[in-house]
Design a protein around this ligand. Structure first.
Ligand code: B12
Length: 218
């Protein structure tokens, strides 16, 4: 019987450190199956930290990039396998009647945060669709034309992608002034980065999604 998130996290890391995909995936899914953790807690306390705090062992430096890629791929498999559990929860979720398109902009390959955000938004009653990583400006515009969302959420990790984010936000505001722009991701840890970007909401972490849902569903 687990006492707290820390114990679960440590247990999960023993599998991840060995790149044991089978045990990592089975263990993570068993937490949901046996209702030891909610999807929200699995993402917040287990999966996200396992990537954010990934550190290279000094002895492993030569193979570190390979290890990081392998870990990312394991986490991605788990997130995709969580989707049926989201569908199961949908029966109990009251839709709030707001559509969101989630993506990462051109040149931004870090997409795990964006995928998790789209899932967590669905769990809060949003009609949220993840349209991909490294999304060129033109494809974003086409998606907005097709989906007519209330919000577009951009996840940006690398600070050097703020310039492209600024250009995308300018176009969105020009062609779709009614669509509200949500920004999130590590690139905005330094809020000075935002001075040149047109946006409506800055959400810092997973908890902010719930607060945002409460705010816009009234
Ligand atoms: C996995 C990973 C990769 C993978 C990504 C694979 C994929 N399919 O996503 C790959 C190998 C592609 C990669 C590449 C690179 N990476 Co990398 N990567 C990481 C790593 C280890 C984990 C990222 C991750 O998924 N975290 C888990 C998610 C859940 O966290 P998150 O995205 O931050 O999301 C949280 C919040 O930011 C927030 N959030 C995020 N988006 C949004 C959106 C909304 C709307 C909301 C509400 C919240 C929200 O919610 C989450 C929970 O709090 C980080 C280490 C780290 N400290 O993060 C480095 C890291 C981000 N990478 C880094 C770098 C430098 C690179 C490369 C430039 C390396 C290189 N030289 O090639 C390239 C750049 C590629 C590109 N053009 O984008 C640096 C960035 C440093 C910086 N500040 O500039 C980091 C921090 C590593 C480091 N310590 O140096 N990387």
């Amino acid at each position: 019987m687990y006492m707290n998130h820390e114990n679960i996290y440590d247990h999960f890391l023993t599998y991840l450190k060995k790149e044991d995909k089978k045990q990592s995936v089975l263990f993570a899914l068993s937490l949901l199956e046996e209702e030891k953790l909610s999807i929200e807690d699995l993402y917040k306390h287990i999966l996200a930290p396992s990537l954010i705090f990934f550190e290279c062992d000094v002895n492993d430096e030569d193979i570190c990039i390979w290890k990081e890629h392998t870990r990312t791929s394991i986490i991605r498999t788990i997130i995709e396998a969580v989707y049926p559990y989201i569908v199961k929860r949908l029966e109990k979720i009251k839709p709030i009647g707001k559509k969101v398109v989630v993506l990462t902009p051109a040149f931004e390959y870090h997409e795990i945060g964006a995928i998790m955000v789209s899932h967590l938004m669905v769990l809060q009653g949003f009609d949220a669709t993840y349209i991909g990583a490294n999304t060129p400006k033109q494809d974003i515009i086409s998606a907005l034309r097709a989906y007519h969302p209330d919000y577009i959420a951009l996840s940006v990790t690398n600070p050097y992608n703020i310039v492209v984010t600024q250009q995308i936000c300018d176009e969105i505001k020009k062609f779709f002034p009614e669509i509200k722009i949500i920004l999130g991701g590590q690139a905005f840890n330094d809020q000075a980065a935002l001075s040149s970007v047109k946006y409506d909401y800055l959400l810092s972490d997973f908890d902010a999604i719930k607060q945002f849902a409460d705010e816009v569903s009234v």
